[in-house]
Ligand binder design. Structure first.
Ligand code: PGA
Length: 250
């Protein structure tokens, strides 16, 4: 049975006191204990939020990025080892905002995935096509290439730890969600590619999240899709009531 996960990516939002308050509110609004909730605040809040959630088995903390090397003279950067030392167990890697605004490409992201795994932190690896790719009907090829270049170099034991988040770029922060048909279609494709590379057992155990304008209204039908194991939530994760309603819609 695959774990159900709802992860909230706060992006560059919330001061420390606002973040701590939001966590309290999220804990009280997320009643469904069978769902793992992952909170991804900015780096600077990780340790405080991880401390606050210590002992709550259905809550974990994630970073939104990490650097690709272990340590060194990289002013302003944060390593996977530092992230692990705060108590965070997950790192979002390859979010489309990192790809678009910070020029992160598939091969760089492959290094970040390795660095996370080397520090026992689980990558939540984001992939997905943009609007032009979908219009040109090359969305499956784009996603296949992203998997091939960033993940399929991993040994099966390592790959099986990775969570994949399908986030069509045209759905992120736009209010335009993928239809259940589009989401399930892509998730099924991703699982079948994993099956081809790593076999049935790994593919059936792989956790696949959907992200892109998930809200309290559309979460239920998206989570009901056979190959959708949960969501990566942006905007709606900043409102405890909305995030809780998404968690509770499983
Ligand atoms: P959104 O963002 O829910 O605001 O569309 C999703 C994401 O960026 O992960």
């Amino acid at each position: 049975m695959r774990k159900k996960i709802v992860a909230g990516n706060w992006k560059m939002n919330k001061t420390l006191s606002e973040g701590l308050k939001l966590v309290d509110e999220i804990v009280s609004s997320s009643e469904n204990n069978s769902v793992l909730k992952i909170i991804a605040p900015p780096f600077i809040h990780l340790a405080s939020i991880a401390d606050k959630l210590k002992g709550k088995e259905d809550f974990e903390v994630a970073a939104q990025n990490c650097h690709q090397v272990e340590s060194g003279a990289f002013t302003g950067e944060v390593s996977a080892e530092m992230i692990a030392s705060t108590g965070a167990k997950y790192i979002i890697i390859g979010h489309s905002e990192r790809r678009i605004y910070f020029g992160e490409n598939n091969s760089l992201l492959a290094q970040k995935v390795l660095m996370a795994l080397a520090n026992n932190v689980i990558p939540i690896f984001c992939l997905g096509e943009n609007a032009a790719d979908r219009a040109a009907n090359i969305h499956l090829d784009v996603v296949k290439q992203q998997m091939k270049e960033s993940l399929f170099n991993l040994l099966p034991a390592d790959f099986s730890k990775v969570i994949v988040a399908y986030e069509p770029v045209w759905a992120i922060g736009t209010g335009v969600t993928a239809t259940t048909h589009q989401a399930q279609g892509m998730h099924n494709f991703i699982r079948s590619e994993i099956n081809k590379k790593y076999g049935k057992m790994v593919s059936e155990e792989s956790i696949l999240l959907y992200g892109g304008s998930v809200n309290a209204e559309n979460a239920k039908e998206l989570f009901a899709c056979l190959d959708v194991d949960g969501g990566l939530i942006g905007g709606a994760s900043l409102k405890a009531g909305e995030f809780g309603a998404i968690v509770n819609s499983f």
